[in-house]
Design a protein around this ligand. Structure first.
Ligand SMILES: Cc1ncc(COP(=O)(O)O)c(C=O)c1O
Length: 361
């Protein structure tokens, strides 16, 4: 069972590592680190990144993978010798592959042409089998998410003992973050920060964390962040290179009412912030983190009183060495990384999506 312990064990005044029975018990015990140099506003407001990239497989999605598998076992949907089938842009698939490895399940992940090479290699290294939907399955905006989900459903129906968690539609996808990630934030702040910035795709994190904070700390502002071009916030759809954020449809776990602010961040700004985080803060993080940090900085500048903000970092940057951090790939995509001065201006110019647009589902 997953156990969260907010205090490190102390022995002779030194923190000690816990002795864990398997790798899934290491989930969730991640550092929270302040941003200092990326933007002058960090001297006035206090922005903290919760480094979920420090989970054993490098992302926050291992937490809901572990939770959903445990729930499926309890409900008899998954039994020894069973197969887990899921559509994933990578991180949730890696989470399932890790849990599957520890519990002896076969894991099949449906990916598409946008899935970065490193993600594919990681999935395969953890023992997952990959099924790729062809480019011909893309919709008009280039998204293959719906096709991937249909393929996962088809595989789950045809393989005896297979279970399809369907992270995009499963209401329990939020619960791990309500029970677990939200409480970690509460423990770290001995209460609640002024605002929490959360990336949105399946809305698992947004749904779970906002439910906890709206109930216990309604004054905490919830900031949702998506990639420009995605369908979730009701803004115009267009192709984007970001993986992790965004969807071609509005997921059932997305409730616009929980949002106090929403930001759509384009690839260039998100990737530029990623480069700046690595070079100025010493943190090599995933593409969605660039969007989340840009949005939180843009939001902070609207306040004169110092704000304490918690930003959820979903994953590590090494998955993106062939893409976001690869100059040749960026050139091929016609994406030019902003220099520091232009980055600060672009963040200043980033406006929230009007909430009346977001709530029109
Ligand atoms: C890198 C990254 N960022 C953000 C998200 C969005 O998380 P959620 O699905 O909980 O909305 C995901 C989801 O897969 C992700 O992989």
């Amino acid at each position: 069972m997953l156990i969260y312990s907010p205090e490190p064990t102390l022995s002779n005044g030194l923190p000690t590592s816990s002795l864990l029975t398997n790798v899934t018990e290491a989930l969730g015990q991640v550092p929270i680190v302040q941003l200092n140099k990326i933007h002058p506003i960090c001297q006035h407001h206090h922005l903290y990144l919760k480094l979920e990239s420090c989970n054993p497989g490098g992302s926050i999605k291992e937490k809901n993978a572990a939770y959903l598998v445990a729930e499926a076992e309890k409900q008899g949907l998954l039994s020894p010798g069973g197969t887990i089938v899921e559509s994933s842009s990578g991180n949730f698939g890696i989470g399932l592959a890790i849990v599957g490895a520890t519990k002896g399940y076969r894991v099949m992940i449906v990916i598409d042409a946008k899935t970065p090479v490193t993600m594919r290699r990681m999935l395969t290294a953890y023992g997952a089998e990959l099924v790729e939907v062809p480019l011909t399955a893309a919709d008009a905006q280039g998204s293959m998410q719906v096709a991937r989900m249909a393929k996962a459903q088809e595989l789950a129906t045809s393989i005896p003992g297979a279970w399809y968690p369907c992270q995009h539609k499963n209401p329990s996808n939020t619960v791990a973050h309500e029970l677990w990630t939200a409480r970690e934030i509460e423990a770290a702040f001995h209460g609640a920060p002024d605002a929490i910035a959360i990336g949105v795709s399946t809305a698992g994190q947004l749904g779970g964390i906002s439910r906890y904070f709206k109930q216990h700390y309604p004054q905490t502002r919830i900031i949702g962040v998506d990639v420009a071009g995605s369908a979730i916030f009701g803004t115009p759809r267009h192709p984007y290179k970001m993986t992790g954020l965004g969807l071609s449809f509005v997921p059932p776990n997305f409730d616009p009412q929980v949002l106090d602010a929403a930001y759509s961040v384009d690839d260039r700004l998100a990737f530029s912030v990623c480069h700046a985080l690595a070079k100025q803060e010493g943190m090599l993080l995933g593409a969605s983190t660039g969007a989340i940090v840009a949005a939180a900085l843009a939001d902070a500048q609207r306040f004169t009183q110092p704000q304490t903000m918690l930003l959820l970092n979903p994953d590590r940057g090494d998955r993106y060495l062939e893409t976001v951090y690869n100059a040749d790939w960026l050139t091929a995509q016609n994406i030019h990384i902003l220099n520091n001065a232009n980055l600060i201006t672009a963040i200043c110019d980033l406006s929230p999506v009007p909430l009346n647009i977001v709530s029109k589902k």
